[in-house]
Design a binder for this molecule. Structure first.
Ligand SMILES: C[S@@+](CC[C@H](N)C(=O)[O-])C[C@H]1O[C@@H](n2cnc3c(N)ncnc32)[C@H](O)[C@@H]1O
Length: 261
């Protein structure tokens, strides 16, 4: 029997302040269809950041940071052609998830991968489903209720802090989200600290090196750039899976030597 869904939005003072910060960051978001059905819609994370947030970066180590994809683009994430285009089952199999594990779907959107991760970790495991857009979490909530899961914990985060427990995660999955991080250094530090000693980050990004991948340039990354950014932040490459049709899939673990403060 499938586990029952249980919504945990942690209505603590911390969460409420996160909500307030996000309202400012995302209020001016707008979604402009690209005109190409296979391209990804995106949103401008316009808005005025709250005073507590460090200023967002527009560029990091030579890469232009992409705007946040707004919740208005959520239907694209669960489009009927996604499995065929991205071989999502193959990506999931390459993660080597075991029942009982604690995993995070970071930048979960409306939960395309969250629900499948919940199935893989089973009733003894947990999936922390983290996103900065409350609307995305509401869409995930509806889909998870429909599927009757209770091992999913939706968590509203901020652009600098995913609010994950330290040292508890077996895996953090980042599909098509890292390139949107407005504060990559803050986020990578937090993700590194959330991992168990043998925990892994699985990063999937559309391949910049391949002009046939029909995704906007800003939403793609090269392997070289990924390695530059991750190794600069105390993470080391542990494995790679190069068989996906459109994406790099790279696994990182905590580096033995922590990065310079
Ligand atoms: C292109 S969607 C991908 C969603 C999902 N991973 C998938 O593949 O279906 C990117 C998501 O990442 C979220 N996001 C962007 N920056 C984030 C951050 N710093 N922390 C958490 N989520 C973030 C956005 O709100 C959006 O829902």
């Amino acid at each position: 029997m499938r586990p029952r869904w249980r919504l945990r939005l942690y209505p603590t003072a911390r969460q409420l302040s996160a909500f307030a910060l996000l309202a400012g960051v995302l209020s001016a978001g707008s979604w402009a269809p690209s005109g190409c059905s296979a391209e990804e819609p995106d949103a401008q994370a316009g808005g005025t950041a709250a005073a507590e947030l460090p200023p967002p970066l527009s560029e990091y180590l030579g890469r232009e940071i992409a705007p946040t994809m707004g919740y208005q683009g959520a239907p694209w994430l669960i489009r009927a052609t996604r499995e065929k285009e991205e071989s999502c089952d193959e990506l999931l199999a390459a993660l080597d998830i075991e029942p009982g594990q604690v995993v995070c779907d970071l930048g979960c959107g409306n939960g395309f991968y969250t629900l499948q991760l919940a199935e893989l970790v089973g009733s003894e495991g947990r999936v922390l489903a983290v996103d900065i857009q409350p609307e995305m979490l509401s869409l995930l909530d509806a889909r998870a209720k429909e599927a009757d899961f209770e091992n999913i914990e939706p968590m509203l985060s901020t652009v600098i802090d995913p609010q994950l427990p330290a040292g508890e995660l077996d895996l953090v999955l980042l599909v098509d989200v890292y390139h949107e991080f407005s504060h990559p250094v803050h986020m990578l530090r937090a993700l590194r600290e959330s991992l168990k000693p043998e925990g892994r980050i699985a990063l999937a990004e559309f391949r910049l090196e391949d002009p046939t991948v029909p995704i906007k340039r800003l939403h793609k990354m090269s392997k070289e750039q990924i390695l530059k950014e991750y190794t600069a932040n105390g993470l080391e490459l542990a494995a790679e899976y190069d068989e996906l049709p459109w994406q790099h899939l790279m696994f990182f673990t905590r580096a033995k030597e922590p990065p310079d403060p």
